[in-house]
Design a protein. Structure first.
Length: 113
């Protein structure tokens, strides 16, 4: 399974970004898809997760601001991020879990004025 993440960039506080992660190979519609993030000097933490049935969970720090969704026809998972804060600055990774666990390459999100 290959995961191609995109959509990161530089955004001002209060702004929005949408991350995408396309899966190549694997049984996407049966997979648990997640977004993690890692800031410099910190551990990689779970941001959001979506199950094959569409159940979602979020880190407390992003609840009400971020939305994870999936398009099984496009083998793609999205992370819509709104009301971004400087503390959201990190390298964002998507992951695929179905039998085995795979990481994407990461996309940088920088929130700064």
């Amino acid at each position: 399974v290959q995961l191609q993440a995109s959509g990161g960039g530089l955004v001002q506080p209060g702004g929005s970004l949408r991350l995408s992660c396309a899966a190549i190979g694997g049984r996407f519609r049966f997979s648990v898809m997640s977004w993690y993030r890692q800031a410099p000097g910190k551990q990689r933490d779970l941001v959001a997760r979506i199950t094959p049935g569409g159940t979602t969970i979020y880190a407390d720090s992003v609840k009400g601001r971020f939305t994870i969704s999936r398009d099984n026809a496009k083998n793609t998972v999205y992370l819509q991020m709104s009301s971004l804060k400087p503390e959201d600055t990190a390298l964002y990774y998507c992951s695929f879990e179905y039998g085995q666990f795979y990481w994407g390459q990461g996309t940088q999100v920088t929130v700064s004025s």
